[in-house]
Design a binder for this molecule. Structure first.
Ligand SMILES: Cc1cc2nc3c(=O)[nH]c(=O)nc-3n(C[C@H](O)[C@H](O)[C@H](O)COP(=O)(O)O)c2cc1C
Length: 169
């Protein structure tokens, strides 16, 4: 059964093997996907993984969580992603871009010293206390997710997956 084709919504998959979203540490420092990342996805496609879900890809520069994470916050990323989806589609695989805003667990930098989150609750991992989002912040993040999904579509992805993790515990 795992080798049988399946249609999920309107996505025709050649089998039921799914590569779960996994951050690869293979993007440039500004989030641009690299050829190395393309090579990895090609390897998965070549070995008949029916559906590849990329590592989490940040939708706003201030929403980056970790170094060498891939981004989708700017139109300049469409072209390099397009090269990757073209390679994957040469095989019988589909590829979905996982999109994210790091929120409370966004990396702190000189440019983005205070992460934003729904509530001002300390992150137990980093001990950073985020700023509570304003209505403006919320609308900005929603719009960034929308724009990221549009870029993903233009880049040839078969869909997007919303990363909604990184809550406080
Ligand atoms: C190194 C590493 C990176 C991961 N990156 C992501 C990610 O970018 N997005 C995500 O939703 N899950 C991520 N995960 C979680 C995996 O997709 C997966 O859900 C988790 O490893 C549990 O899978 P398992 O039950 O098959 O072990 C990551 C896991 C690991 C180990």
């Amino acid at each position: 059964m795992i080798f049988d084709p399946i249609t999920v919504c309107n996505l025709d998959l050649s089998n039921r093997f799914v590569r779960s979203a996994t951050h690869e540490f293979m993007a440039e420092e500004d989030g641009r996907p690299t050829l190395r990342l393309g090579d990895l996805y090609e390897e998965l496609a070549k070995n008949e993984v029916g559906l590849i879900i990329t590592g989490f890809s940040y939708v706003l520069p201030g929403g980056q969580s970790i170094i060498y994470q891939q981004g989708i916050y700017d139109d300049r990323f469409i072209e390099p992603y397009m090269k990757i989806t073209e390679i994957v589609h040469r095989y019988r695989s589909k590829i979905i871009l996982q999109i994210v805003h790091g929120g409370r667990q966004a990396a702190v930098s000189e440019e983005y010293p205070v992460p934003i989150a729904p509530s001002k609750i300390k992150d137990e991992v980093s001990a950073v206390v985020p700023r509570e989002m304003t209505e403006h912040d919320i609308l900005e993040v929603i719009e960034a997710f929308t724009k990221a999904a549009i870029r993903a579509k233009k880049a040839g992805f078969d869909g997007v997956q919303l990363h909604c993790a990184h809550v406080s515990f």
